[in-house]
Design a protein around this ligand. Structure first.
Ligand SMILES: [Zn+2]
Ligand SMILES: [Zn+2]
Length: 290
């Protein structure tokens, strides 16, 4: 499977010269299977470029939302396939106890927040509330599980022949733990991430910043590395960078966290445009910039 990072920022898009290397777009990741199935993970502002880069002739795309915070939704109205009558678009997202997915998405995709109403989009649109369990999309087996973050939020575990990816961009597994990590059975997100080839995980804060943001739903870099160690992943991508962190700060806090934790797996800070190739018993890190 091929994994491309189209948006790596959390909370708010942060374009500018000080963030040019890591990128300013919010959460969006593309996953392509060997047979051509295309998944988009989250609809942050990176989704616009993802939509523009899809292969000609593609007739179906599945968009998997972890939750509906704006930094994971703001690109949705600018996703080209929504305006193509020949395109089948499936949007998957977590259920809520208050309103269904259609009603919750319409709060953004309707005036006055957006000029086009969800019901008027010309594509063939289907909405699905994700089951908490396993389901199939084309060649992928997908498992979703609720994780610790404000509001209904899931993480995704995505498997195809010979490769498994976990995507948990907004996650605070250390919340409520006297010391972290704790026992795996009591750790939010553990089953999503256990043993994966690549884990894309929340790493919004430095340890000192986390101390003043407990309960905000995010991880420190240290907690992300501790979580990855508990789950025995092969590689972690540190994702959902705080909008206040510029390129030099991200270099520094990543180096400090890795030097302190000395993890037995590879650590890669998420850089917009990076592509990874997973599978066939060989894990190649591609530094291909799109
Ligand atoms: Zn977020
Ligand atoms: Zn969030």
């Amino acid at each position: 499977m091929n994994v491309t990072l189209w948006g790596t920022r959390g909370s708010l898009a942060a374009p500018g010269p000080e963030t040019a290397r890591y990128g300013g777009n919010t959460s969006c990741v593309e996953v392509r299977g060997p047979d051509g199935t295309v998944l988009a993970l989250d609809a942050g502002t990176g989704l616009r470029r993802l939509g523009a880069a899809l292969p000609r002739g593609l007739r179906r795309v599945d968009l998997l939302l972890t939750h509906l915070h704006m930094d994971h939704l703001q690109g949705l109205g600018f996703f080209g396939p929504l305006y193509n009558p020949a395109m089948e678009v499936h949007i998957w997202g977590p259920a809520s106890t208050t309103q269904n997915l259609w009603a919750r998405l319409t709060r953004y995709l309707s005036p006055p927040l957006f000029p086009v109403h969800l019901r008027d989009l010309p594509c063939r649109l289907s909405l699905h509330e994700v089951p908490c369990g396993e389901f199939e999309i084309g060649e992928f087996r997908v498992t979703s599980s609720l994780v610790c973050h404000p509001g209904p939020t899931v993480g995704y575990r995505i498997t195809t022949s010979g490769a498994t990816l976990a995507y948990i961009p907004d996650h605070e597994p250390a919340l409520g733990a006297r010391s972290f990590p704790i026992d795996e059975d009591w750790t939010s997100g553990y089953s999503v991430a256990a043993g994966v080839d690549l884990l894309i995980h929340d790493a919004q804060y430095s340890s000192s910043e986390y101390a003043t943001h407990i309960g905000w739903g995010h991880s420190s870099l240290k907690h992300a590395l501790d979580f990855a160690a508990l789950a025995e992943v092969k590689r972690i991508v540190l994702f959902h960078h705080d909008p206040a962190h510029n390129d030099d700060e991200l270099d520094r806090i990543t180096a400090e966290a890795v030097a302190s934790a000395r993890p037995p797996f590879s650590v890669t800070p998420a850089i917009e445009g990076t592509a990874f190739e997973l599978g066939n018993n060989a894990f190649a890190l591609g530094a291909n910039q799109v």
